[in-house]
Design a protein around this ligand. Structure first.
Ligand SMILES: Cc1cc2nc3c(=O)[nH]c(=O)nc-3n(C[C@H](O)[C@H](O)[C@H](O)COP(=O)(O)O)c2cc1C
Length: 155
């Protein structure tokens, strides 16, 4: 059993819906999930969590949702070492925003990489122009992500 923290950045609720849809998939494999729309830098070093998942949309012009901005800013200022951290990343966006498609996800991936965090599996970009329901794209990804996560844990 693992405890997985999901940090949500959302304006209209889709990234939260994705997090909610993942919970039963993880529970079916015996894992527990905690979801937060008020992410804290300390979540990344909390030993209760064996992994952190980010589900974050892009807003404005390649910007973060307002609820995610304090977390990102503090992380960028404090720059803690995250070499202990295993994380997964789901970026929500819309390819109609050609130049800034899923830019918030790209920024998170860049910063987490600089801080030494270990990404589990591939990042998922969910295109609102392609998926009316974001969770429809997230569910098959979550199965694959869990397989990677469990395989790495058993090494
Ligand atoms: C005002 C506005 C600005 C947006 N800007 C971007 C953007 O720069 N890049 C992008 O990929 N998607 C952008 N989007 C699309 C959202 O990221 C997408 O609809 C996402 O599914 C919303 O998720 P949420 O409900 O969790 O906020 C924008 C949407 C709105 C309404």
């Amino acid at each position: 059993m693992a405890m997985i923290k999901i940090l949500v950045g959302t304006v209209y609720g889709s990234a939260r819906e994705v997090a909610d849809a993942l919970e039963p998939i993880f529970a079916a494999k015996g894992h527990q999930v905690e979801i937060s729309e008020d992410p804290e830098v300390s979540d990344l070093s909390d030993s209760r969590y064996q992994a952190v998942l980010i589900s974050c949309s892009t807003s404005g012009s390649g910007d973060f949702p307002p609820n995610f901005i304090p977390f990102y800013r503090q992380l960028d200022q404090q720059r803690p070492t995250l070499s202990h951290l295993r994380y997964g990343l789901i970026a929500l966006g819309d390819s109609a925003y050609d130049q800034t498609f899923c830019e918030a996800g790209s920024k998170i991936e860049r910063l987490f990489g600089q801080l030494g965090a270990n990404r589990v599996g591939q990042r998922l970009d969910i295109d609102a122009s392609e998926h009316f329901q974001a969770s429809e794209a997230a569910l098959p990804w979550a199965e694959r992500w869990l397989n990677h996560f469990e395989a790495e844990r058993s090494v």
